[in-house]
Design a protein around this ligand. Structure first.
Ligand code: XLS
Ligand code: NI
Ligand code: NI
Length: 457
């Protein structure tokens, strides 16, 4: 075999001819912090300085960045109208175990060079599905053995894993909410394995995103049966998690639609209502994805603020979308105003751990350079670092908080204090109005608040 073909084979297998690990991103080194870098230098951090302490914690601890496997290592640039545009040099186009293992080595080189401390994956991203559940699980065992080894070697940890309960045709009518109990049982068996893998890899969380848990037509759907089956499914997961001693936080990721016309986990408030109704609120938190929040017709930060208000903000799938397109475009977050508002909520709840900021985001199908994989993540990390710096100052200086406090100061005494405590009666309110007459007009000062925000952004 020629030297050239030997080294090509070595490159593909993930090992170099002399036995040391091959390099899949030659020419790209560890991404460094270079605060003075020029405008077109994009393979360095200009704002993210991992160990720098901001409001009492390192940037790394506030941000807990994670890269996702599905978009970054399985994404090929498909869209509903177009064929793949992205072909990675390490990918031989097969679903073989060799290819899966090589891809995993590539991923850990990527995580290490980028400097993210966490990763996330679906079971079916990392290992091929076999002909039977047993074969599929054996594939998963083999791949996660290698993952465990690579995690130990690089120090990269698992933010969360999840089960893909939406791609296989068996799930076309739903997984936990399928009208066929056989399919529900299959999904439960799959999640059982997912929880075992979470435990094996010390996942800090485990995510449920119910891509097919909803309906396309109400005519053929018994919504109350489906919702109660979903709740029982989650109860089984809680029980099994406890049974095997898996310590990860369970998370539900809301999304209003896509692929189904209506998804039951519509938005943060819907999920909170569901969890409370079925007695599950103590066992779950929410993984908010802002692109989904926008699809639900809300502002970028709405679900972050609502979930946090209820003490239910568990983790964030940090991405953004194009409201003019109206679907889940999973773009990298590059808007400092957005990241400032997210980090404001995170700082106000004193951190996001054991959750993190997971980049559930993909490069555009037109961004076909290998380098774009790095540029996109570096840019988003820098954007969040700026958001953190802005939000930390905004919170520490307290001007906006003081304005909000004043706005509600009428609840500090008298009838207001009684309303706030829940001890006021309708008669007391009526007597108060008879005595005080018409309330004075008080400006909401929205524009002033916007100016204060812009002072920090
Ligand atoms: C899809 C979801 C998905 C989850 C994990 O829209 O964002 O990627 O994060 O299943
Ligand atoms: Ni997501
Ligand atoms: Ni999404």
């Amino acid at each position: 075999m020629s030297q050239e073909s030997k080294s090509k084979r070595a490159r593909l297998s993930g090992d170099s001819p002399n036995g040391s690990a091959a390099e899949f991103f030659p020419g790209i080194g560890k991404i460094e912090y270079k605060p003075g870098a020029g405008p077109t230098e994009v393979l360095c951090f200009k704002h993210y300085n991992a160990k720098e302490v901001i409001n009492g914690h390192s940037m790394e601890a506030w941000l807990r960045f994670s890269a996702c496997y599905w978009h970054t290592f399985r994404g090929v640039g498909l869209d509903p109208f177009g064929m793949p545009t992205i072909k990675r040099p390490w990918d031989d186009g097969t679903e073989s175990m060799d290819n899966a293992k090589r891809r995993l080595r590539v991923a850990f080189e990527f995580f290490s060079k980028l400097g993210v401390k966490y990763w996330t994956f679906h079971d079916r991203d990392v290992a091929p599905e076999g002909a039977t559940l047993e074969e599929t699980n054996r594939n998963l065992d083999e791949i996660t053995d290698l993952a465990k080894e690579l995690m130990a070697k690089t120090g990269v940890k698992l933010l969360w894993n999840t089960c893909n309960l939406f791609a296989n045709p068996r799930y076309m009518n739903g997984a936990a909410t399928n009208p066929d109990a056989h399919v529900v049982a299959y999904a439960a068996a799959q999640v059982k394995k997912g929880l075992e893998i979470g435990k094996k890899l010390d996942a800090e969380n485990f995510v449920f995103w119910g891509g097919r848990e909803g309906y396309n037509s109400l005519l053929n759907t018994d919504v109350m049966a489906e919702l109660s089956h979903a709740a029982n499914f989650f109860k089984m997961a809680v029980d099994y998690k406890k049974q095997i001693g898996f310590g990860g936080q369970l998370l539900i990721e809301p999304k209003p639609k896509e692929p189904t016309r209506h998804q039951y986990d519509y938005d943060a408030m819907t999920v909170i209502g569901f969890l409370k109704h079925f007695g599950l609120a103590d066992d779950f938190k929410i993984n908010v994805e802002p692109n989904h929040t926008m699809l639900a017709g809300h502002s970028y930060e709405h679900d972050i603020v609502m979930a946090s208000g209820f003490g239910m903000l568990g983790s964030i799938d940090s991405n953004t979308g194009s409201p003019d397109l109206g679907w889940d475009t999973d773009q990298f977050p590059m808007d400092v105003r957005d990241t400032t508002l997210v980090m404001k909520a995170v700082i106000e709840q004193n951190g996001i751990a054991p959750g993190g900021l997971n980049f559930d985001a993909k490069v555009r199908r037109e961004s076909t350079n290998l380098k774009d994989m790095f540029i996109s993540h570096v840019g988003a990390m820098d954007c969040f670092a700026r958001g953190l710096r802005c939000a930390a100052k905004l919170v520490a200086e307290g001007a906006m908080a003081k304005m909000v406090q004043n706005r509600y100061s009428s609840f500090n005494e008298g009838i207001g204090a009684k309303i706030a405590k829940g001890t006021a009666t309708m008669e007391e309110c009526e007597n108060y109005v008879k005595k005080m007459g018409e309330p004075k007009q008080i400006s909401g000062e929205q524009e002033k608040y916007e100016c204060v925000l812009n002072h920090y952004v």
